[in-house]
Structures are given as C-alpha cells and as structure tokens.
Design a protein around this ligand. Structure first.
Ligand SMILES: [Zn+2]
Length: 179
C-alpha cells in the first residue's frame, strides 16, 4: 500500500530516463524520515527535519538538519541527505532515487532536489505545518518572484563583461563533463 505520484509533463522532459511512470511511496521510508527528525530534536543536533534517499527499495543515505550544530545555514536535512547519497553512489545525480523528507522542502532544498534529478519526492509535514512550528519559508517563494531591485538582500550586477569569460571558457572546452 502506498501513495502514487505522477510526474507533471515538464518534469518528464527534464527527467529523461524515467518514462513518467507512477512512483510508489513506501510509508516505511517516510516513518524513518520522521523518526530521524524527532531524534534530531531529542539529540539537540538541529531542527525537526529528517530525510532519506531510497534507491531500488533500499535506503542509501539519510540526512538530518545540522544548521546549528555545524554552523552551516545550508545543512537542511534534504541537502545533507543529497550530499551523503551522491557520495555513496559516487555520482553527481540521483537518477533512480526517491527522496522521503519529513517536511515539505523549502525553496533551497526543492531546488537542490531538482538539481539532483531524483525521481520523486515524498514529504510528511506540510509547509503550513512548518510555519506553525516557527519555520516559515513562504517569504522565500515570494522573494524569488520579485524583481531584483525589490528583494530584501540588495542584489546588483557588477563586471558582467568580465564574468562572461568563464562562460566563454566553458563553451570552448570540448572535454567538459556536462550536467
Ligand atoms: Zn530546506
């Protein structure tokens, strides 16, 4: 018994290799993610967030929120789990993997999950649940939609004509590893 999700059409294009078939969510893996989240609070290592990466029916990596214990604002459970999974696989993508996270991903983790090219994402708590517990990330979703000059962190272009050199070098290189 599980929950089936369907890829939206655009993701089917993005995630070449997966034919867009439904992915079965396994409650056992979500329970593990939830348990990791609760244990993380009890141990004092970080916030109430846990994630597991599953490949071929097996957990290949786990992650918990380590922001405060490692002084790393990017150490959200999903990012920690993605890094561990990629290390375990010796790969920079998670094709064929399903990620179970105890909470709906924040914008950073959502982007990281898309970059990882994982096959599907299952989440436990909703973003609204997170907001009620003091973890409101809705401002980030709003921020992304705002023009640069209206964002909270001042963001301005500088030396664009010099920066383009990096892209020119990338384009010219014939033996690069594309991703
Ligand atoms: Zn996050």
């Amino acid at each position: 018994m599980g929950i089936r999700v369907k890829y939206p059409p655009h993701w089917r294009l993005f995630a070449a290799g997966n034919g867009g078939q439904a992915i079965e969510g396994n409650p056992i893996f979500m329970q593990r993610a939830i348990a990791l989240a609760t244990e993380n609070v009890l141990s004092g290592a970080g916030g109430p967030f846990g994630a597991v990466v599953v490949r071929a029916g097996e957990i290949i990596a786990t992650g918990v929120n380590l922001v405060t214990s490692t002084n790393d604002p990017t150490a959200h459970a999903e990012v920690v789990a993605i890094r561990a999974a990629c290390k375990a696989l010796g790969a920079f993508q998670l094709k064929g993997c399903v990620v179970y996270t105890s909470c709906e991903p924040c914008p950073m983790c959502l982007a990281a999950l898309y970059w990882s090219r994982c096959d599907a994402i299952f989440y436990g708590n909703s973003a609204a649940d997170a907001a009620a517990a003091g973890f409101d990330d809705s401002f980030l979703y709003e921020e992304v939609k705002r023009p640069l000059d209206q964002r909270r962190i001042p963001t301005k272009r500088l030396l664009g004509d010099e920066a383009i050199e990096s892209f020119n070098t990338w384009r010219a290189r014939t033996d690069k590893i594309e991703y």
